[in-house]
Structures are given as structure tokens and as C-alpha cells.
Write a protein that binds this ligand. Structure first.
Ligand code: SF4
Length: 299
């Protein structure tokens, strides 16, 4: 359950004093604007909200948001966010980062967080390139794309993040585009409210290393989920996951499943263990460290 602020906050209240240093035209400006608005829409208490990132241009984002934050090491935003959430389930926890961070070195963490249905929101800002390290091929760079490390065209096939999320058991999957801030606010707010692993694939162009044409190509292909689309129907979600991004890119909520989240399942297990007289982790800790304090006492 997300904690709300005592007073009604506005998006300005979530802006940190630190100013973004992204290049002019970077899609990440649209993403951070959407995050400010989504947090304000839910009126989340900044003192009970946590943003975690890895390494990359987009991983600077938590520093620009007035909540608690943790800038982790490359590819490790998700396991650190998982630990934070499991240790303190009352926090609202978001992990953010780019396609290189999330789908190269961090792939295994994505797979297992989705499978476990950990109650965090993961926003992947996908620019299909490594921007911070100056423009080399990433796991989502399209085939034949010319980059600094593929001067004759990328020979690899790109990863499909939405299809992967579906295959790994994510219970909430949405997609947006950095220029579509209204859609981004809507899906990020829904993701935060979702009990379980919520994945937002947020296409966020890099004009410096993918050129203006990347933005233009996405802009002319995006559409909202069509009239009558049912995000609870797996075959409909699968059809969107398999669509060819060279022809069409569908934005909005793509898939939602009601499978119980990790925290709810953990509470059930704790209840079963307590009924059998098994000491809780906190109780054990207190027995070893009597000064541990009120956290362990009485459990
Ligand atoms: Fe954004 Fe690309 Fe600049 Fe990085 S290099 S800040 S992704 S425009």
C-alpha cells in the first residue's frame, strides 16, 4: 500500500534542486517530467518513496527527483530495489534505467524479478544505444543500424523487452514514448499502484547517438491500444508484443494479471511459520543482538 503525503503535493514538490545534465532533446527529459506528474497524481509521500538506478545516462534520473534514491552499480538496480522492498514493504519502490543497464548486464535480474513478481515498478528508458559510453550497440539496437561500433550495420537481432516481460511472468506490462507524457504519466501511476512486478517499457530516443530520425520513426509509428483491446487477455497482449516496430508501436497498458505479489505471498509464509512457532527473522536478530530495539521486540 503506497503511503500518501499529508498535504496535497504538486509535481514541483518532486523536483530536486539538481538540474538534469542530459543533452538537449534527450528523451529522458520527457520521462522525468512524467515521473514528477505520476508521483503528484498519486500524492506519494517523498519520505516513503525510493528510486533506484544502475549506470547510464537515464540512471541519473533518481538524482533529479525529490525522494530517497540509490544510484547503484551497472545492471543492479532491480536486485537492490528488490532488497529495499522486501526489507521495508511499506516503501513505494521504483527501479529505473536504460536498455544497456537492464537488458545486457542486468537481464537475469529482470527475469527473476518478473518471475518472483516482486512488488516494484521498473521503468526501462529504451534508447536502443549505450549513450553514456558514446554510442555503441545495445541489446535493443535494431538490426542493420549504423552506430559507432557497427559502422556497416548491426549484425545482431534486437531483444524485445515487452515479449520478454510477458514470457518471464511480469504481471503488469505497459509501453509509452517519452514524447507522449500524458500516456507515460497514466501508465507509470498504474504501475506504481499495481501489487506485483510492473514493467514500463518507455521508448526514450537519444538524438546524439541515434539521430533525429530515431525520434521521427517512433513518432510516426506509435498508436494507443485499439478500441476493444483487453489487457487481461494473454493472446491480445502477445499480439502486441509480437508486432513489428518498423510498422507499428502500441502504447498503453498491454497486460495485467492478478497473480499475488511477492510481498503478499511472503506475509502468508510468515503467518504459517509463526503459527508453527518458528521465530521470525526479526525475533532471531533480537535474540542475538538484544539492543536491536523495537524492531525485533515482541515479534
Ligand atoms: Fe540522452 Fe543520448 Fe545525451 Fe545520453 S547521450 S543524455 S541518452 S541524448
Amino acid at each position: 500500500m503506497a503511503h500518501q503525503a499529508v498535504t496535497q503535493l504538486t509535481q514541483k514538490d518532486y523536483k530536486a534542486a539538481l538540474q538534469p545534465v542530459w543533452c538537449p532533446g534527450c528523451g529522458d527529459f520527457g520521462v522525468v517530467a512524467a515521473i514528477y506528474q505520476a508521483l503528484a497524481k498519486l500524492n506519494l509521500d517523498p519520505d516513503r518513496t525510493m528510486l533506484v538506478s544502475g549506470i547510464g545516462c537515464s540512471s541519473r534520473l533518481p538524482g533529479y527527483v525529490n525522494t530517497y534514491s540509490f544510484n547503484a552499480i551497472h545492471g543492479r538496480a532491480i536486485p537492490i530495489a528488490t532488497g529495499i522492498k522486501v526489507a521495508n514493504p511499506e516503501l513505494t519502490v521504483l527501479a529505473v534505467g536504460g536498455d544497456g543497464d537492464g537488458f545486457a548486464i542486468g537481464t537475469q535480474h529482470f527475469v527473476h524479478a518478473a518471475r518472483r513478481n516482486v512488488d516494484i515498478t521498473y521503468v526501462c528508458m529504451d534508447n536502443s544505444i549505450y549513450g553514456l559510453t558514446k554510442g555503441h550497440v545495445s541489446p535493443t539496437t535494431p538490426t542493420d543500424e549504423v552506430t559507432k561500433t557497427s559502422p556497416y550495420g548491426n549484425i545482431e537481432a534486437p531483444m524485445n523487452p515487452v515479449l520478454m516481460a510477458l514470457a518471464c511472468g511480469a504481471t503488469f506490462i505497459a509501453r509509452s514514448f517519452s514524447a507522449e507524457v500524458k500516456t507515460s504519466v497514466e501508465v507509470i501511476a498504474q504501475a506504481i499502484e499495481h501489487p506485483g512486478f510492473a514493467f514500463v517499457h518507455l521508448i526514450s530516443p537519444c538524438p546524439v547517438f541515434r539521430g533525429r530520425q530515431q525520434f521521427d520513426r517512433v513518432k510516426e509509428r506509435v498508436r494507443r491500444t485499439p478500441e476493444g483491446f483487453d489487457f487481461t487477455k494473454r493472446e491480445q497482449a502477445r499480439a502486441i508484443a509480437f508486432e513489428d516496430p518498423n510498422e507499428q508501436i502500441t502504447l498503453g497498458l498491454i497486460w495485467r494479471d492478478q497473480r499475488a505479489g511477492y510481498i503478499a505471498r511472503q506475509q502468508v509464509i510468515r503467518g504459517k511459520a509463526a503459527a508453527k512457532g518458528t521465530p521470525s527473522y526479526e525475533g532471531l536478530l533480537h535474540s542475538f543482538i538484544p539492543d536491536f530495539g523495537a524492531v525485533g521486540a515482541g515479534r
